[in-house]
Design a protein around this ligand. Structure first.
Ligand SMILES: Cc1cc2nc3c(=O)[nH]c(=O)nc-3n(C[C@H](O)[C@H](O)[C@H](O)COP(=O)(O)OP(=O)(O)OC[C@H]3O[C@@H](n4cnc5c(N)ncnc54)[C@H](O)[C@@H]3O)c2cc1C
Length: 514
């Protein structure tokens, strides 16, 4: 029997356990495989991470869990996208929405992209992101992204949730499906002669043997970085934020629940506002090089109107970057142990799914229950897996860097340094150059050598949302080609579509009556 040992019971550990137990049901039933998760109640979990991308929906679909079964237990709400406030000083561009896109946007997104192209050539056309995407209207109207029965399109969406409750929920499901759970702290790790991990020594003196070890031990990265000495590549030259302070505030009674994350630029970073059914999650992500934890906490309290209360704040450090390799010897890292690109676009759990799914695919292809598989064969899969994840890490990093580099805020040293930061990748340079030259960014992004892991619409959204347009003194006169799309028709199409959706409270009432 092959033994898989997962070290860590944070969201990453339990997501890994759930996907593996679902995927390898048959092998587990036939006693060819066992999965054990070890977590330390003394160390605990990081306890943040309350927003997702649409990938979390795929995850729940894959493990056959319905929204009604997990959302209520995790105080979860729906998320249509992210509203960015105060990131740009350009006139008329102090706020924009980054939508999750859906099939229905196929009617309106081409007009948005088309208009951005003409705007870049100096024509006075509207390319306000919010106007072209249904998700933006649903967020504005505080509606949930579930259409009425007659609505013919599926809508893309993410969630907001309580991270601790989500971990608890996932642990219950995984244990019910056959994952063994050990509550213990790993004190030592023993390697065999080939340098593979052989066993973990836990605090009651026992040893736990395994064939494959999944490091989900968070920033501690006990197996991958500490034991196997896999180097960590820091992104601190590109992304300055390394700290966060969080304060949860109770939900105001009878207030309407929002369906978007709000990200507000602050003096030395940015603050999130995440609506849950029982409270709002607030946090300030900042750079300790430019501001102290006390300053950050005060600025956040001021923003929340909490200067005179002693409502508790929680301070955290973040290690931003990635490991050089994610799968080394008989160990794969998942979650914070493999790296982290600050939470601005809530990509961490997305990346967790990406990592496990790719790993399961590669490990299944190796036919891991067969003991005759050669080390060379395994290394081939490992190299492909590591290259793929590294490219993805860097692609996501570039999109996050763009939020800082494109800002024209200059009110603090933090923003001046960010907007002049020379440490940006060639890919990001090429994307911005293409945009400013007025070239077709859709086409450019799919060309080889122009790697990006965000969809073209997201790049168009950030660049036009920030008001990054070539400066021209002359507004070009009316031009039929530039004004090809009828915007009144688009407004009407979107507002009519939005009538098929209900708000959060109506949805919650329906759910509790069902
Ligand atoms: C400020 C901030 C905001 C974030 N916001 C988002 C967001 O909006 N969306 C998003 O997707 N992600 C977000 N993240 C990231 C998200 O929190 C993590 O990706 C997610 O919680 C997974 O964490 P983890 O399971 O890797 O680590 P942890 O939650 O830290 O879990 C580590 C586990 O390892 C165990 N452990 C460690 N050492 C040992 C040992 N020696 N023996 C036994 N057990 C051990 C711990 O007990 C724990 O169970 C955010 C992160 C930060 C810092």
């Amino acid at each position: 029997m092959k033994k898989i040992i997962i070290l860590g019971g944070g969201t990453a550990g339990w997501m890994t356990a759930n996907l593996m137990v679902e995927q390898w049901r048959e092998q587990i039933a036939n006693d060819q495989l066992s999965i054990t998760l070890i977590e330390s109640s003394g160390i605990g979990v990081i306890g943040v991470g309350e927003g997702s991308t649409p990938r979390l929906k795929d995850f729940f679909d894959k493990i056959n869990i319905q929204e009604k079964d997990w959302m209520r237990e995790c105080n979860a709400t729906y998320k249509n996208g992210i509203l960015f406030n105060n990131w740009s000083n350009r006139e008329g561009f102090d706020s924009y929405f980054h939508p999750f896109i859906s099939i229905i946007d196929a009617h309106t997104a081409p007009a948005f992209v088309y208009n951005t192209q003409f705007k870049r050539q100096g024509y006075d056309v509207d390319c306000t992101v919010d106007r072209f995407f249904l998700a933006a209207t649903l967020a504005k109207q505080q509606k949930v992204p579930l259409g009425s029965e007659n609505f013919p399109f599926d809508i893309g969406y993410g969630y907001h949730f309580d991270a601790v409750l989500l971990g608890r929920f996932l642990s219950k499901v995984a244990i019910e499906k056959g994952v063994k759970h050990v509550s213990a702290t790993v004190k030592d790790v023993n390697l065999n002669q080939a340098g593979n991990i052989e066993q973990l020594a836990i605090d009651n003196g026992q040893h736990i043997n395994g064939d494959l070890f999944v490091d989900c031990s968070g920033f501690a990265s006990v197996l991958l970085q500490k034991t196997l000495q896999v180097p960590f590549i820091s992104f601190k030259e590109n992304l300055f934020n390394d700290s966060a302070v969080t304060i949860a505030t109770p939900r105001v009674k009878h207030s309407k629940l929002g369906s978007q994350t709000i990200s507000t630029a602050m003096k030395h970073g940015w603050a999130w506002d995440i609506p849950l059914t029982n409270r709002t999650g607030n946090g300030y992500v900042y750079s300790s090089e430019f501001c102290s934890p006390e300053q950050a906490e005060n600025e956040l309290r001021e923003k929340l109107g909490l200067t005179d209360t002693n409502i508790e704040a929680n301070h955290l450090k973040m290690k931003v970057g990635r490991v050089e390799k994610h799968w080394v010897k008989n160990c794969v890292g998942v979650g914070l142990s493999q790296g982290f690109i600050e939470p601005l676009e809530a990509t961490a759990l997305h990346f967790v799914c990406e990592t496990i799914e790719n790993f399961i695919e590669a490990y299944s292809a190796i036919n891991f229950t067969d003991s005759t598989v050669s080390t060379n064969q395994i290394e081939q899969y490992q190299n492909q897996f590591n290259d793929k994840l590294n490219a993805r890490f860097e692609g996501i990093r570039d999109y996050i860097v763009a939020h800082y580099r494109l800002s024209d805020r200059s009110d603090t040293e933090y923003w001046r340094r960010n907007s002049n930061n020379p440490n940006i990748s060639n890919d990001l340079k090429k994307i911005v150059q293409c945009w400013l030259k007025g070239d077709d960014l859709n086409k450019a992004l799919i060309q080889p050598g122009m790697v990006s892991f965000y969809p073209p619409v997201s790049w168009h959204a950030i660049l036009s949302g920030y008001g990054v347009f070539p400066t021209t003194n002359d507004k070009l006169a009316f031009n039929a080609q530039a004004h090809k799309y009828d915007l009144a028709h688009i407004d009407q199409f979107i507002s009519r579509s939005a009538l098929n959706f209900i708000d959060h409270q109506t949805f919650l009432n329906k759910m509790s009556n069902s």
